[in-house]
Write a protein of this length. Structure first.
Length: 340
């Protein structure tokens, strides 16, 4: 029986932080290790270039860093196909064919694209590549005939656009060669979104409010000790607030099953007064280090031979290209443009 296919990945514009780890990386490793799926994980460097076209060196450096993050958390190139988007030319050709099936007005109505255009402040200078990247994303998904695509709830419009393209193509060319994918979304709206250390709703590179998988122990310590807690909890004896306190939010996320009773006792103590922020932060640091230290050690080990890391990416890209080439052949045959 053929395994269902999962496609997932990241835009390589920097190192990955705990938000990525909680929101997607841990789940990818779980799905990989289940052994029920054929998983493709890709580095969407072409998509990253849609708004970083003049920073190609940043993208190249980021590819190495993200690959190290993937390997250090447990993604295994012998069990998952890890590849670089730009090394699969078939994706660009598929994008070109799909562009003829989507109107400019439809792209401009895409809620995710509208939101991201506003966030990036393009004004009237929107790169055309950025506007059409939902079509490129459809090519990424359909090239590997992905059955499932794990994404955040904000990406639902992107998945729906891909589904529309699949239906339009299959109907127009009277074929069933493209697979209509299903999105896998978090069970609740806030799941998978780790707030920043400063209490901001989202951890992000631009806000400088994150802990990175590559951070050393001293850096993690400094960041944890500077976390946002309760600004009104001035004296140790003062009652403190749990709601909006990032230390307790992180304890709820990263605390292990055996830590839960201690965390609940600590919450009660903090709320009635007599427990200082330094003590709670040191406890969180201990829990985070149990999670991060093994990842950090593996990352450092893999980083000793970046040539091998890129050879892994090359092998994954070659494997992925063979799959994409087969899909492209089927697409061109359905369109009647396999002339020779």
């Amino acid at each position: 029986m053929t395994k269902p296919i999962i496609l997932t990945g990241d835009r390589p514009t920097g190192k990955l932080h705990l938000g990525h780890y909680v929101g997607s990386l841990k789940n990818r490793v779980f799905l990989q290790n289940e052994g029920k799926y054929n998983m493709f994980v890709f580095l969407a460097d072409q998509q990253a270039l849609t708004d970083h076209a003049k920073e190609s060196e940043l993208i190249k450096e980021s590819i190495g860093n993200v690959a190290l993050d993937y390997l250090s958390v447990g993604l295994d190139p012998s069990r998952s196909t890890i590849f670089i988007q730009s090394q699969i030319p078939e994706l660009a050709e598929l994008t070109m064919y799909y562009m003829n099936l989507v109107s400019l007005a439809r792209l401009e109505r895409n809620p995710t694209v509208k939101t991201e255009i506003a966030q990036k402040g393009f004004g009237e200078s929107i790169p055309s590549g950025f506007l059409v990247y939902p079509i490129s994303q459809a090519a990424d998904i359909t090239a590997f005939k992905a059955n499932f695509v794990p994404v955040g709830n904000d990406q639902k419009p992107m998945i729906e656009q891909t589904r529309e393209i699949v239906r339009s193509f299959n109907h127009t060319y009277k074929t069933d060669c493209l697979v209509e994918p299903e999105g896998i979304y978090p069970e609740n709206e806030k799941a998978g979104r780790l707030p920043g250390l400063d209490g901001n709703a989202k951890m992000s590179k631009s806000l400088g409010n994150g802990i990175y998988l590559s951070d050393d122990a001293d850096t993690v310590c400094k960041k944890v000790m500077g976390m946002y807690t309760d600004p009104n909890h001035i004296k140790i004896e003062d009652p403190g607030q749990i709601e909006g306190n990032m230390v307790f939010h992180y304890l709820d996320i990263f605390g292990r099953e055996e830590d839960k009773s201690d965390i609940e006792a600590m919450k009660e103590h903090y709320q009635r007064g007599g427990l200082g922020d330094v003590k709670t932060k040191r406890y969180l640091l201990e829990i985070l280090e149990q999670e991060l230290a093994p990842i950090r050690e593996k990352r450092l080990e893999y980083a000793k031979d970046m040539g091998e890391v890129f050879r892994m990416l090359q092998e994954g890209s070659q494997k992925a290209q063979a799959v994409a080439a087969q899909t492209l052949s089927e697409v061109k045959s359905a369109m009647g443009i396999n002339y020779f």
